[in-house]
Ligand binder design. Sequence first.
Ligand SMILES: [Zn+2]
Ligand SMILES: [Zn+2]
Length: 67
Amino acid sequence: MSSTQAGNNRPQQDDDVDAPRVPRRTPMACQFCRGRKLKCDGVRPTCGNCNRRGFPCNYTPVNSAEK
Ligand SMILES: [Zn+2]
Ligand SMILES: [Zn+2]
């Protein structure tokens, strides 16, 4: 096996880069996390943030139908 040194010296990309508009990390944030702009882990029925604070975790289903 030849040990070819691939260019693995990539510059660290900022993790805080503004995402365009497609949050792929969190499928769905609960209401609490949404209101507080927290990073919801999406755990059900109670996410980590709500679980730690003892808040009721509510996940609002995506309602595409806007009336
Ligand atoms: Zn949450
Ligand atoms: Zn929650």
